[in-house]
Write a protein that binds this ligand. Sequence first.
Ligand SMILES: Cc1ncc(COP(=O)(O)O)c(C=O)c1O
Length: 408
Amino acid sequence: MRQPSGRHFLQIPGPTNVPDRILRAMDRPTIDHRGPAFAALGREVLDGLRAVFRTDSDVVIYPASGTGAWEAALVNTLSPGDRVLMYETGHFATLWQRLAERLGLEVDFVPGDWRRGVDPAAVEARLREDRDRRVKAVCVVHNETSTGVTTRVPEVRAAIDRADHPALFFVDTISSLASIDYRHDEWGVDVTVAGSQKGLMLPPGLSFNAISKKAVAASAGARLPRSYWAWDEMLATNAKGFFPYTPATNLLFGLHESLAMLREEGLEAVFARHARLAEATRRTVRAWGLEILCVEPREYSDSLTAVLLPAGHDADAFRQVVLENFDMSLGSGLGKVQGKVFRIGHLGDFNALMLAGTLAGVEMGLTLAGIPHSAGGVLAALDYLTESTGLPDSETDVSVAGKVGMVR
Ligand SMILES: Cc1ncc(COP(=O)(O)O)c(C=O)c1O
């Protein structure tokens, strides 16, 4: 089925395209993970990650997918029967809830319509009602990868503070870290969960917890069973640059390179690049006359856009047409929106021309699949990319928006 030449377009919202620089960095003999060269690598990647999470506290690295880091956040801090507050923002929030229930936690899962993020006012109201302080943690997904909706994490933090509630605050940044502005310390997050395969531009296989001092203190009294995920041994060995079990050494070589690339570009520029490409995508979708799943403009995701197809059209059949004819993978609709939406990933190692190619493939696919849409979608992106070219890389999302008249 694959086209015989040219490269495959991997435009799912993660795993993302791995840049050649990172592939080359991993293409090396594995070293002794108990030797001195490893210790230097271990210290450097742990330090570099702190800068990306924007934290002075501890970060731990697991040789696991993101789901492992979800579990680690819960088992290190909570006890059987503890109550946690979670919000149904989409498929990944739902999976995290299921995981928490399987661990024996009591989940207060607030229903949602999969088209908006966590409502900070609702968090405040819920926590104010919790007079005996039974809720031990509030868990939110920063960027819901199934819907393309970004929750306003600082506002949720402010809501917890207004309710004067002592609950821990856990945030999943698996599809936002190194793509959308995120600040573990400043936003008062206790455990941030992340993975390697999206904004960090690495293959799947590593996941992370950034841990506040309050979370470390909570782990001392937490009674959920844990061994592989336990922070105490991890932190003790990390202090010398080592790990308590065999680390994914070659992925760590890749992580070292990824952190260097992010440092060279600068996090603000990385966020501005993602914001610009996301805005170009949304302009295209609107010009096609199709609907963006996210209904709240201030919650638009800069890592991906989920697009609703008109009733009667199957999004998976459409994706198949795009794959067969243009060798491009688009994200499928997950859970409740399966078959109804497709997702365009625009995160990680990505630029304007890669986006133009991606959107061209989608537009041609819409025509071939017989999905009603207006012409001119790709042109809308090209116009926007042209007019926003050359703005300083250091511009923030909001100032780029102001300069080019973007409404956010
Ligand atoms: C927001 C979010 N959370 C959690 C996960 C689960 O991570 P993993 O599939 O790496 O275990 C994903 C995966 O895409 C995700 O996007």
